[in-house]
Design a binder for this molecule. Structure first.
Ligand SMILES: CC(C)(COP(=O)(O)OP(=O)(O)OC[C@H]1O[C@@H](n2cnc3c(N)ncnc32)[C@H](O)[C@@H]1OP(=O)(O)O)[C@@H](O)C(=O)NCCC(=O)NCCS
Length: 167
């Protein structure tokens, strides 16, 4: 499995994968507005990665695709710094694996590679969070060496979030 940047040629398969993830309650592609051309989105995420044209409150970040022999199995978002909200809830790294490819270790490998990328960009302590009832994600984070800091209330106490640090 390789975590790599999206390319022009990924459009059809990435959009399809995004729809599959959407139906499962998550998103593969962030910041892809309705009707947005693929190359415009590629430019947008590249600017975001290169710290260009960031609107207020946005932090530099990258979106990568998890590719297994040319097949999209999941994705990762890596943020290179945190704002107030990200520090409390979002964390540095988010990931997802398509339902058809789960339970094969891909999320664990995505997080392992994403941690290397985050550190290569100077993030010394990496925060990764997941909902308290997301057993799979908590297991992935713990397998990769995350140390639980706390479990906090979010959404006015209706849901709880586990916050892990990698040092
Ligand atoms: C959570 C998620 C990323 C896990 O992806 P995955 O590729 O299946 O994870 P892995 O194969 O690396 O799982 C590693 C271990 O986690 C545990 N695990 C994973 N999914 C699990 C589940 N649904 N229930 C219980 N344990 C689970 C297992 O112990 C698994 O190891 P095993 O298969 O050898 O038993 C995936 O289910 C997903 O994309 N969910 C929707 C989006 C999401 O929740 N993203 C994370 C947001 S923080």
């Amino acid at each position: 499995m390789r975590l790599r940047p999206y390319t022009h040629d990924d459009e059809v398969s990435a959009r399809e994968a995004n729809e599959v993830m959407k139906n499962d309650g998550a998103l593969l592609l962030l910041d892809l507005d309705d009707g947005m051309a693929w190359d415009q989105w590629l430019r947008r995420i590249d600017e975001h990665r290169r710290r260009l044209s960031l609107s207020v409150g946005l932090v530099p970040a990258t979106q990568l695709v998890a590719d297994v022999n040319g097949v999209i199995v999941g994705s990762a978002r890596i943020r290179f710094s945190l704002n107030k909200d990200l520090k409390r809830t979002g964390g540095h790294i988010g990931y997802g694996v398509l339902p058809a490819h789960r339970r094969r270790g891909y999320a664990t490998e995505i997080l392992r590679q994403a941690l290397i990328i985050a550190r290569s960009q100077g993030v010394a302590r990496v925060l990764v969070t997941c909902l308290d009832d997301n057993v799979g994600s908590a297991c992935v984070i713990e397998r990769c060496g995350g140390v639980l800091e706390d479990v906090i209330d979010i959404d006015e106490g209706s849901r709880r979030l586990r916050r892990y640090w990698f040092t």
